[in-house]
Design a protein around this ligand. Structure first.
Ligand code: SF4
Length: 68
């Protein structure tokens, strides 16, 4: 299993911080209250997928990068 590829679409993000709570360390809010990818390896793929699933605006993309 490769490392995860994680992206946040900041145009969609509404700063709910759901991802920050569900995957602590993987995401952080920046000065504009938009989520940024911090360290995706800080949490399990399961937690990343949960954050992806729970984002209210589907701004998160999580993929397993098997080539990684
Ligand atoms: S859960 Fe979605 S909307 Fe909320 S901060 Fe994270 S990326 Fe933004």
């Amino acid at each position: 299993m490769g490392k995860p590829r994680v992206e946040v679409d900041q145009d969609l993000c509404v700063g709910s911080a759901t991802c920050v709570e569900l995957a602590k360390g993987a995401f952080k809010l920046n000065d504009e209250d938009k989520a940024e990818v911090d360290d995706p390896t800080a949490v399990s793929m399961e937690d990343l997928k949960e954050a992806e699933a729970q984002c209210p605006v589907d701004a998160i993309l999580v993929e397993e990068d098997s080539d990684g």
